[in-house]
Design a binder for this molecule. Structure first.
Ligand code: SF4
Length: 319
């Protein structure tokens, strides 16, 4: 696979771990987010709409079991997948009473062929109690935490209304890794007010953090968001595909070779997308990234400068 030579992909990692195709199934647990429900008093991230990246399945009263059953049958047909990870993606999946979370995670793991959990959440929203529980689950199943950082610059996090700072992210990663749970961080390229060098500084920050995987997203404008208002008022301009491909490539070159790259672009909902429309043509974007890397002799880790300090918590199922 082309990405194998240029960056370390997640599918290959899972195949090495389980010896078969493993697919994530997105589940919507019907939770919310403290940055949307008013708790943090921020009104939500400027690029997030009412769906909060959700599938909406919970709104249609589908249980976790039903969502996983539907996902299994589709992904087994499409990719010949044999094992699955329940991906709690929508909103903040550690933001509920502990007893509720325990039940949700247990229900997902009770579904046949679901071999693990991957839990997307905010770094300011994960308690030691939940981490301790996930550590116990992790002894028998694959468990990943996914934390949204988006940028390593506090000024950007304030501008986009994240409602947490970089320190909150570092703190969450440290507490998670202390328990040996692998962490995937999310970043967004093309955030308002950020220069190319700002984004490269984020890459260097991530390279020096004890992470096991990364998802790189493009910032796109979605209907019903604050960013849409900025865009229509001419206060925000989207990246071009060429700019994005070059930025992702340089970003990847700064990252350590061991980091698993779970994503190099996003998947906007076609009915919600305002701009840029090129974001809908994912294969063309992947091709542009691969072409830029090959033309410029880049690969993941090429410009990585190892940190003298070793990660403090190195427990990680590697292959
Ligand atoms: S943290 Fe996630 S769900 Fe909450 S407002 Fe931001 S993008 Fe939306």
């Amino acid at each position: 696979m082309m990405s194998d030579a240029l960056y370390r992909d997640f599918n290959s990692y899972l195949r090495r771990l389980y010896g078969c195709r493993v697919q994530k199934i997105i589940v919507d647990a019907g939770l919310t987010c403290p940055n949307r429900d008013g708790t943090l008093g921020h009104g939500g991230c400027i690029y997030c709409n009412a769906r909060g990246s959700g599938s909406g399945a919970a709104l249609h009263s589908m249980s976790i079991t039903d969502q996983l059953a539907a996902g299994k049958s589709y992904l087994a047909r499409r990719y010949k997948a044999k094992k699955f990870l329940a991906y709690f993606q929508s909103f903040t999946n550690t933001y509920a009473p502990f007893a509720v979370l325990k039940e949700l995670y247990a229900e997902a793991l009770s579904v046949p062929d679901v071999v693990g959990l991957t839990i997307g959440t905010r770094p300011d929203c994960v308690s030691d109690e939940v981490l301790d529980h996930l550590h116990v689950i992790g002894k028998r199943h694959l468990v990943w935490l996914e934390y949204g950082l988006q940028s390593a610059h506090d000024k950007t996090l304030a501008l986009i209304n994240r409602g947490h700072n970089v320190e909150a992210f570092s703190n969450a990663v440290e507490r998670t890794r202390r328990r040996g749970i692998p962490v995937c961080a999310h970043v967004i390229l093309g955030l308002p007010g950020e220069s190319r060098e700002d984004m490269m500084e984020t890459a260097r920050f991530l390279a020096a953090t004890d992470l096991q995987a990364l998802k790189i997203h493009l910032l796109y404008v979605i209907r019903g968001t604050e960013l849409e208002t900025w865009f229509r008022a001419g206060k925000y301009e989207c990246l071009t595909r060429a700019d994005y491909a070059a930025t992702v490539s340089d970003f990847l070159a700064l990252l350590p070779p061991h980091l698993i790259i779970q994503r190099v672009t996003g998947d906007p909902h076609p009915k919600e997308l305002i701009s840029p429309f090129w974001a809908l043509e994912k294969q063309k974007t992947l091709h542009a990234i691969h072409e830029y890397m090959q033309t410029n002799g880049l690969f993941q880790g090429k410009n990585f400068i190892p940190c003298k300090r070793k990660p403090r918590h190195s427990t990680f199922i590697d292959t």
